[in-house]
Design a protein. Structure first.
Length: 365
């Protein structure tokens, strides 16, 4: 009896040691926290505070929570004190650190003292003038940089024409960016009890220059007296920071779970792995290769798609998404994804059950 107990304890120890060992080996995710503005660039100015100071406090708190509570996250800051950092350097820090996520933290302002609430942006074409105005305001910080016109290829932050390129662009990280944005806005409204103005898209240079999923958070309006008082308070900053932290945690946890599911060899013989040509069942999981996102509808006959089969369109967050190929096995989808790299370097696999998009992790269950 006694020996059995000792054996059990030994086994538990071995399992624990192995588990710890596995966790140590797990690749860390890098999250870049970008406190907007700094130095001579104050950002928006309120009655009692400046945007650059409030966003620095919030950013440092987000980083502190991530460092303290998430073993598998490595935090990189674009600034940790009151210094001026050019937009392109912020993006370079994120790109050089091969970050998994970039979160730029800002505070909104308006000529009127009425508007209030939070909003989180992903890169993309703006749907209305007020979204464009937010992007213009945040992009205009480049005029603090010498030779900004050269560095940003003639981009004029105040000219509407300069924003046309964002309506044409296809961003391979858009789905992930929109997911993070929606997690942040949900946390703001449900947990921090803020008024959420929702997830939006506009042409932010700093997001455009980053090569990973990236969002820009406007934590409230400095021009609104009540919100400025809240955002200037320690408690307000802690609530806002913990909401952003929880959203990042949710995203990183999903990303990690997805990668673990893909590494799991067992998925090869799951029911989803059925040979092509069998009777189709609407409830079966189907894998497709997403190649393109667009705010404008694209026809099946477009030269981009003409040489591929199983063209499929769906919409998400008011954006048209286009996929090619149709597979019942993830591995077959992966082969096609690899084979179309020349035409679609950023193509990725998406999964559907019926007409509902599901996560790859769920598809492989
Ligand atoms: Zn700002």
């Amino acid at each position: 009896m006694c020996k059995k107990i000792i054996l059990a304890i030994l086994l538990i120890n071995i399992i624990t040691i192995n588990t710890l060992h596995c966790n140590d080996n797990k690749k860390k995710k890098t999250v870049v926290i970008d406190a907007g503005h700094g130095g001579q660039d104050t950002g928006a100015i309120g009655a009692i505070s400046k945007e650059k100071d409030l966003v620095l406090n919030i950013s440092l708190l987000v980083g502190k929570y991530l460092t303290e509570y998430m073993d598998n996250v490595n935090v990189v800051y674009t600034r940790k004190d009151d210094t001026f950092v050019p937009l392109r350097d912020r993006a370079k820090i994120a790109n050089d650190s091969k970050a998994d996520l970039f979160v730029s933290i800002h505070i909104n302002s308006n000529k009127s003292d009425k508007p209030d609430g939070t909003e989180t942006f992903a890169i993309g074409p703006h749907k209305n003038e007020s979204n464009l105005e937010v992007a213009k305001k945040e992009n205009s910080v480049i005029v603090f940089e010498e030779d900004y016109s050269t560095h940003y290829e003639g981009f004029d932050p105040n000219s509407a024409e300069s924003y046309i390129m964002f309506s044409m662009m296809q961003n391979i990280n858009i789905n992930q960016s929109l997911s993070v944005a929606s997690y942040i806005e949900t946390e703001f409204s449900e947990k921090a009890r803020r008024k959420s103005r929702g997830v939006k898209q506009a042409g932010f240079l700093v997001l455009w220059l980053t090569s990973m999923p990236s969002v820009l958070v406007e934590c409230g309006f400095i021009s609104n007296e009540k919100e400025e008082v809240y955002l200037s308070s320690t408690q307000g900053q802690e609530y806002i920071a913990s909401a952003i932290y929880r959203a990042i945690k949710k995203y990183i946890s999903e990303l990690t779970a997805l990668e673990a599911a893909l590494e799991e060899p067992a998925h090869k013989n799951k029911p989803a792995d059925v040979k092509l040509g069998e009777t189709q069942n609407e409830n079966r999981v189907v894998f497709r290769i997403q190649t393109t996102s667009s705010s404008e509808k694209i026809e099946k006959t477009h030269p981009q798609f003409s040489k591929y089969n199983d063209f499929y369109e769906y919409t998400e967050n008011d954006t048209y998404k286009y996929t090619i190929g149709k597979f019942y096995s993830y591995d077959d989808a992966k082969k096609m994804q690899d084979s179309i790299q020349a035409d679609f370097p950023g193509a990725f696999i998406v999964a559907f059950k019926g007409n509902t998009k599901i996560s790859i992790a769920d598809a492989l269950k």
